[in-house]
Design a protein around this ligand. Structure first.
Ligand code: DSN
Length: 413
């Protein structure tokens, strides 16, 4: 139980808000696939006096004094990050990016020139803003071309990616997604990139934990750069790391600092070191296996209720529902679910034009699996969605059952 006694003395108003947020987390079922549930030891590392220290630069080459211990912590984080993915000395890792978007910015900034072509997944096909979306710097500064999922299979069409690559000759091809429920074939994309002389960047932010647990193909053999946030399936602090091949790692490091960032957040880096230690445990791998199992059961149950799952199911930790056949928008469904204590976020599906009012909803199993929920509970959750979205049962009625589940699987904050 987090007591926060000093904060309580110093600032009651903020203390009460934080306490309320902790209570909210305790009594909601979090199905947002990018969210997680960090162990208290991660919170402890984040709350250390490491936050006091400036350490611009890299280990043994800092622009501030007093960094001897900080160097050791950063090197430990680097070593563990590489070990978690079994990487050899051909790979380097930068653990300083503040989060996923800065990590991707640094990759482009280090390797591309303004106007260069990026080939990445479209936002409506599961891509991230930083994969070349028009509203994002990546679509404004670079010439972004998008690949999309096939309208029939609702999966990526690797022939289309190959054709686009041949026509547009991108400098970089981005693989990795935020709302794609299927396994990504990094090998195929790697081959395409090689053929056209492009770098291959895999953004594995959503699936890093699954890759460590061998529940998803690893991209490392087929890529030049791999970025990942550390707070999704990895279940660590908000941050990111960039893995890159030795021959380009200096460019990436220079792009992170001094290119786009200043002082690294060493309390976060310590927490990242802990994250990658935990990620190599049997318990972590078992949980990742359960995350996938849970997603598959949830998908199977939802299909029984005639929910249209994009691509027909899932291979990973997330499910994307096209709600058009249920005559309800993503926003409405999100609101109804929230009223009943279930959090799932509205999401674009192929064909959607407006990201603020999309026709889909995205569900994920990481947070509820870290909480301890298993197959039996997935069957219940699918039924809750049916009761709420199809039967339009009052959210208050379902909320009682959601609370019972939350109490059965308490959070230890
Ligand atoms: N915003 C994250 C997500 O929800 O998937 C991606 O960065």
């Amino acid at each position: 139980m987090l007591k926060l006694l000093n904060l309580k003395k110093e600032d009651k108003e903020l203390y009460q808000l934080i306490k309320k947020e902790i209570e909210r987390q305790k009594f909601n079922l979090d199905l947002i696939p990018s969210e997680s549930l960090v162990p208290v030891s991660i919170l402890e590392t984040l709350a250390t006096p490491l936050t006091n220290k400036y350490s611009e630069g890299y280990p043994f080459k800092r622009y501030y004094p007093g960094t001897e211990i900080i160097d050791k912590i950063e090197i430990l984080a680097q070593k563990r990050a590489k070990n978690a993915f079994n990487l050899n000395s051909n790979w380097e890792v930068n653990v300083q990016p503040y989060s996923g978007s800065p990590a991707n910015i640094a990759v482009y900034f280090g390797l591309l020139n303004p106007g260069d072509v990026i080939l990445g997944p479209a936002l409506t096909s599961g891509g991230h803003l930083t994969h070349g979306a028009k509203v994002n710097f990546s679509g404004k500064i670079y010439h972004a071309i998008y690949y999309e999922i096939d309208p029939k299979t609702e999966k990526f069409n690797y022939t289309q990616i190959s054709e686009l690559a041949k026509i547009y000759r991108p400098k970089i091809i981005v693989s990795g997604t935020t709302a794609y429920p299927r396994e990504i074939d990094f090998k195929k994309i790697g081959k395409i990139a090689k053929k056209v002389g492009a770098y291959h960047l895999a953004d594995i932010s959503h699936i890093a934990g699954l890759i460590i647990a061998k529940k998803h193909q690893s991209p490392f053999e087929f890529t030049d750069i791999v970025t990942t946030t550390t707070h999704k399936t990895l279940n660590g602090p908000r941050g990111a790391v960039i893995f890159s091949k030795k021959e380009i790692s200096q460019k990436i490091n220079k792009a992170v600092f001094p290119g786009i960032q200043g002082g690294p957040h060493q309390n976060t880096i310590a927490s990242i070191a802990l994250t990658f230690k935990i990620a190599q445990t049997k318990k972590f791998k078992k949980t990742q296996t359960q995350i996938v199992k849970n997603a598959k059961i949830l998908a199977k149950e939802l299909k029984k209720y005639k929910f249209h799952l994009v691509s027909g199911g899932t291979d990973n930790h997330l499910i994307l529902i096209n709600l058009k056949n249920k005559k309800i928008s993503g926003k409405e469904a999100e609101t109804i679910l929230e009223k009943s204590g279930i959090l799932a976020n509205r999401n674009t599906i192929p064909g959607d034009q407006k990201p603020f009012s999309p026709s889909g909803i995205r569900l994920g199993t990481p947070s509820i699996t870290f909480r301890g929920l298993k197959e039996k509970e997935m069957i219940k959750i699918a039924n809750f969605l049916y009761q709420l979205i199809e039967k339009r049962q009052p959210p208050q009625k379902i909320k009682k059952e959601v609370l019972t589940l939350c109490k059965k699987f308490p959070l230890n904050y």
